[in-house]
Design a protein around this ligand. Structure first.
Ligand code: RIB
Ligand code: CA
Length: 372
């Protein structure tokens, strides 16, 4: 009976710790105007996501920065301007990082999005020569001038990490909705999602940078699937000039995903991030302790996402410490709960993770916004 009481004490203590260590979720209001700045490696799914965001009356988009990922930082700039021309809109574009913080830029995105990032649907004549090139400064300036800013990151976090390093005061506390990571699985390797795989060091910097990080993971975005035949066809028929641009790009993107065999539906990952950024009530955010593998081996880019006590304790204390604790656990008078409590409070949660979204609502709203 005594042990049972102890266990209850520990659980209560742990819940208090979680209260202290928990990482606050985004406000779930759905009426306030939302001010956004978008950082993107614009490939096909980014383009669909940005096309949707541009159509939202409540979304005020201040500007864009480009980052190497699906395609080069410069192709990404041309893709943005190609999309804006089709949508008859204009936004400031700054060309950002051409490579990750420490690793060489991956070029594998070309196999999924085509060499230009839009399966040869980019307007190659667009001149990007006059565009500014200081993405960290652009991000920090937007943050300093807009207290309620949300930065949406749709590619590797290189520009965000550089902004955190160069402008720590301006970036601290800024809401960052980033698409990336995975609690289970991966799409670049069996254990790593592409955006984090491409620049794992950038996530490491962002996790320590004091931003208000909300990570929309593979577990969530893989749920946002559309019919690979009907969706592009509807865009082509009823999507106007933007639909005429996106439809062939999507067909190329979906064709690659059928290389291993025909599929009826496929995910458009970045749509989940822009939708959640504007409507957080349509995602399930949970406080988490996140760690990331930066070693360039088979686990590169793996995100370890701790959600409960059993996850967190071994993420914080190594086996030597836990084994010493196990040796003492059965000695008279040793307080195991106090020892575990002392471990948990050493590393509070550092992010909100979104592992689940209301995918039916997202897909319905996506099609409604992009077709007439
Ligand atoms: O893993 C999906 C993410 O990687 C998306 O942002 C996609 O555009 C690629 O950047
Ligand atoms: Ca992307």
């Amino acid at each position: 009976m005594r042990q049972y009481r102890y266990f209850l004490v520990f659980i209560c203590a742990a819940l208090i710790v979680f209260g202290l260590a928990a990482y606050p979720a985004a406000a779930r209001t759905s009426s306030a105007p939302a001010v956004f700045f978008v950082d993107t490696d614009i490939g096909v799914d980014d383009a669909v996501a940005i096309a949707w965001l541009m159509e939202q009356p409540r979304a005020e988009i201040l500007g864009f920065t480009t980052v190497a990922g699906n395609t080069s930082n410069e192709h990404a700039a041309r893709n943005l301007l190609t999309l804006f021309a089709a949508a008859e809109r204009q936004y400031p574009v700054t060309i950002g990082a051409s490579a990750p913080l420490e690793l060489p830029a991956t070029r594998t995105g070309a196999l999924i999005h085509g060499p230009d990032g839009l399966w040869f649907n980019q307007n190659p004549t667009i001149d990007i020569g006059g565009l500014p090139g200081d993405a960290p400064a652009a991000l920090a300036a937007a943050a300093a001038a807009n207290p309620d800013l949300t930065i949406i990151a749709l590619g590797p976090l290189t520009n965000i990490a550089l902004a955190v390093q160069q402008y720590p005061a301006e970036m601290a506390g800024v809401r960052l909705v980033a698409l990336g990571g995975a609690r289970h699985g991966g799409n670049s390797t069996p254990v790593a999602e592409f955006n984090i795989y491409a620049d794992p060091h950038a996530l490491e910097v962002v996790l320590a940078g004091g931003m208000q990080l909300e990570l929309v993971t593979l577990d969530a975005f893989d749920q946002v699937q559309v019919d690979v035949e009907k969706f592009p066809a509807r865009l082509a028929q009823r999507g106007g000039a933007v639909g005429q641009l996106l439809a062939p790009a999507l067909s190329g993107y979906f064709a690659v995903q059928q290389a291993a065999g025909p599929v009826k539906a496929a995910a458009i990952p970045d749509v989940a991030a822009v939708f959640y950024a504007l409507y957080p009530q349509y995602g399930e955010a949970r406080s988490a302790l996140i760690d990331v593998v930066t070693v360039d081996d088979v686990t590169r880019g793996q995100t370890i996402i701790g959600l409960d006590i059993a996850d967190r304790v071994p993420m914080i204390a190594d086996d030597a410490e836990l084994s010493a604790l196990a040796d003492q656990a059965f000695l008279p008078g040793f307080d195991l709960n106090a020892a575990l409590f002392a471990i948990l409070v050493r590393e509070p949660d550092n992010a909100q993770v979104i592992l689940d979204v209301h995918e039916r609502t997202i897909v319905r709203q996506l099609e409604r916004a992009l077709t007439r």
